[in-house]
Design a protein around this ligand. Structure first.
Ligand code: ADP
Ligand code: MG
Length: 304
């Protein structure tokens, strides 16, 4: 395992931020830490990167534990903190060289060239960081996290505040970098995890509520095809189920039904024909929206 988090709890005074969190990340995985604001994502990342200690529990990174080997862990980790703190008055190249020297990189100038190429900062390298767009600042943040060629990257909401084009660029960059590194990145956007990760760890109010491959979560998250329909007269339930594509009756109240149908199958015309054939009128019919956000909301609002 490259990262092992065991029974981590964190209190800020009386405020509980993490509650007995455990997970492990394999080498080469891109894991998304997904949760609403205040869930505890940044706190978890600050603990893994040895910025703050947990109240209880253990974390090890490539076999080193955060209490005894914080320097070794920092060497192995590249960290892009939330809000990407940068020295705005420094020039891009000057800043990256400064960070490279902190890491005591031997041939800084050749490494600078590599990293500037990788993060697409070539054109901007001679500019002051303060004059860059947010997307390019984020690239500078990624470059500083990568400069010492760490095995693990911890990225705290790396796309937050970017415009849609910049988001796509940064996501692609993360995917590219992820081919060679273990990455944990946090986000409050579900689609982001789908787009980048192989694994999703969903956290809410300091607790893990789901931890699975994105592929499997996708099957759970697949939007259901739900139709609400109200007739003017009683209808035989069994007969409703004979409509092709209708798989289940989820709810019934008087002459109103909530039906589940096969995905990608619009059963509304069939329901209409069914009503005509059975001499009842359709008073209302509606396809219910049930998207990814809904499921995420359900998962993160439920009591655990
Ligand atoms: P996220 O990154 O998921 O938005 P955080 O880890 O920043 O969540 O915060 C988790 C909880 O801990 C929140 O309720 C937040 O207000 C609280 N918190 C975070 N940092 C501090 C701090 N330094 N002092 C007190 N409470 C904090
Ligand atoms: Mg945060």
């Amino acid at each position: 395992m490259s990262i092992e988090v065991k029974n981590i709890s964190k209190f800020y005074g009386k405020q509980k931020a993490l509650d007995n969190v455990s997970f492990s990340i394999k080498p080469g995985e891109i894991a998304g830490l997904l949760g609403p604001n205040g869930a505890g994502k940044s706190t978890m990342m600050k603990i893994i990167t040895c910025f703050i200690p947990p109240t209880s529990g253990e974390v090890s990174v490539y076999g080193f534990n955060i209490f005894d080997h914080s320097i070794q862990i920092r060497e192995k980790i590249g960290y892009l903190p939330e809000n990407n703190p940068l020295y705005l008055d420094m020039y891009v190249k000057e800043y990256l060289e400064f960070i490279g020297n902190i890491h005591k990189i031997k041939s800084v100038s050749s490494r600078l060239k590599e990293i500037i190429d990788l993060t697409g900062l070539g054109v901007e390298q001679k500019k002051k960081i303060g004059t860059l767009s947010k997307g390019f600042r984020q690239r500078v943040g990624l470059a500083q996290a990568l400069i010492h060629n760490p095995e693990v990257l911890i990225l705290d909401e790396p796309t937050s505040g970017l415009d849609p084009n910049q988001i796509i660029e940064i996501r692609n960059l993360i995917k590219e970098i992820g081919k060679q590194k273990t990455i944990i990145f946090s986000t409050h956007i579900l689609q982001e995890v789908e787009a980048i990760c192989t694994r999703a760890i969903i956290i809410d109010k300091g607790k893990i509520v789901a931890d699975d491959s994105t592929q499997h979560l996708n099957t759970i998250f697949t939007p259901k095809n739900i139709i609400s329909v109200e007739f003017d007269k009683p209808i035989n339930k069994e007969k409703l189920l004979t409509i092709i594509g209708v798989t289940n009756i989820i709810h019934q109240q008087d002459f109103s039904f909530v039906l589940e149908a096969e995905a990608n199958h619009d059963v509304r015309p069939l329901i209409f024909n069914f009503a005509v054939e059975n001499n009842v009128a359709v008073l209302s019919m509606k396809k219910e929206e049930s998207g990814l956000e809904n499921v995420f909301q359900q998962l993160t609002n439920k009591q655990v």
